[in-house]
Design a protein around this ligand. Structure first.
Ligand code: ZN
Length: 228
């Protein structure tokens, strides 16, 4: 049995926990193949790592061959800790260092593994305990609780003629984020779908009164809540 003592989890373990967390949101275990794809590694290495995590003290995952994998309470806590650091760092880079929002993710992917708990605390305090990162993703709080707003829908499902507010833009390809940033499609922006092509889903959208055409690649990545 491997025991943790006080040393931090390795970068690779943290990345596994993060990916398992994001793939099991609907309480369904994620498959070994699904993980291999998401982490860009061979299925055999995934199986190896999952067995290791299943024997970890504290136990981090529930893993049974052919039944997929889910996080234990300890595993989920560690995943949320890394996600909290990641999103705090993104917010710092964006708000304080003036990074554009398409550049913060790759930097945060590195830094999330190396900052100390003390650094994390100071950072959160300095930023005023922010609730969201630059993309509108919720930042888990100090107690590692995270609130998901169930009323948020993808722009692709917003009924034509309804006014809405952008709440979250999921981190897609960097070029897409850069483009959306250029046209000002940030959380807080007002949008309205004026027309949608029923064949391919292409939408004519008003962004702050400016007309834009978006394919489903964009409207599936932008999440909104319907304005009152
Ligand atoms: Zn990110």
């Amino acid at each position: 049995m491997i025991s943790r003592k006080d040393e931090p989890f390795s970068r690779s373990i943290q990345n596994y926990l993060k990916v398992i967390y994001s793939h099991t949101r609907e309480n369904r275990p994620v498959s070994t193949l699904g993980l291999a794809e998401a982490l860009d590694v061979k299925p055999a290495s995934v199986t190896n790592m999952l067995q290791k995590l299943d024997e970890f003290e504290p136990r981090l995952v529930n893993y049974q061959k052919h039944h997929g994998v889910s996080l234990t309470e300890d595993g989920e806590k560690e995943a949320l800790r890394v996600i909290r650091r990641h999103r705090l760092i993104e917010q710092f880079l964006y708000e304080v260092l003036g990074y554009s929002w398409d550049r913060v993710h790759s930097e945060a992917e590195e830094l999330e593994h190396v900052i100390s708990p003390y650094f994390e605390d100071r950072l959160a305090e300095f930023l005023g305990e922010p609730a969201f990162d630059p993309h509108g993703e919720p930042i888990p709080n100090r107690d590692l609780e995270v609130t998901q707003d169930e009323s948020i829908i993808p722009l692709s499902l917003l009924p034509v003629g309804k006014k809405a507010v952008v709440r979250r833009v999921t981190a897609g390809p960097q070029e897409l984020l850069a483009y959306l940033g250029e046209i000002g499609l940030h959380p807080g922006k007002g949008v309205e779908v004026v027309e949608r092509n029923p064949l391919d889903g292409t939408s004519r959208v008003l962004v702050d009164g400016m007309e834009k055409f978006f394919g489903v690649g964009v409207t599936g990545a932008v999440f909104v809540s319907v304005a009152e």
